[in-house]
Design a protein around this ligand. Sequence first.
Ligand SMILES: Nc1ncnc2c1ncn2[C@@H]1O[C@H](COP(=O)(O)OP(=O)(O)O)[C@@H](O)[C@H]1O
Ligand SMILES: [Mg+2]
Length: 237
Amino acid sequence: MLDVQNLTKRYDDTIALTDVDFTAAPGEFVAVVGPSGCGKSTLLRVLAGLEPDFDGRVTVNDTPVDDGGSADVGVVFQDPRLLPWATVRENVRLAAPDDASDAEIDDLLERVGLEGFETALPGELSGGMAQRVALARGLAYEPEALLLDEPFSALDALTKVEQQAFLLEVWHSVEATVVLVTHDVEEAAYLADRVVVLGSQPGTVVDRIDVDVERPRERTDERLLDVRERITTALGL
Ligand SMILES: Nc1ncnc2c1ncn2[C@@H]1O[C@H](COP(=O)(O)OP(=O)(O)O)[C@@H](O)[C@H]1O
Ligand SMILES: [Mg+2]
């Protein structure tokens, strides 16, 4: 469903990504893990159609991404980017199709566990809840693929674990392809079907790892520890 071939992305004299090949199959959960500055956000922005100027071939459902991106793809950024003066419902509506009804918006909010908070303001929400509003926004066009850029990195450890469980639930219920970008090795191994490891300087793929561990998973599963070790080895840590 998502296909990246030979992607190279330059910003003036910085080469953010070099020769990146990446795929995500329908319904697959892929984590992209790598250190800060290795080009993770750049890869996600290219997939979302927000960076039209690159070398290589990038397609979503066999259609090349161009400026503005595909309605088949929803994006959740690290910072929830909510308007502070607008209610939760209005914040979601701004990201939804023009003809979306209140009932449809509230349905999305229910799906992300925010029933009862439709008229709350962002300032009244916890960090985890604000991130779930961002998730509802990302789901508003019923995308086939959901791209998430370090959505949990600003959350405390316990909230992060809750939100990870939540993301898995949403992934199961909407049956979308998920690409999660993270610098958290444990998170990548625990959540993904497949981990793509990006190294830095140059930003390129240094390993691809299948996580053949059935769900629900135990975080202490030996096989997950092996995946984590393989990631850190690939990164030279
Ligand atoms: N808009 C931009 N202009 C110039 N350089 C950029 C821009 N965005 C990212 N970069 C550079 O590209 C590299 C990759 O950045 P980024 O994709 O944000 O990495 P990551 O998300 O893995 O931390 C970094 O060296 C960063 O400084
Ligand atoms: Mg980033």
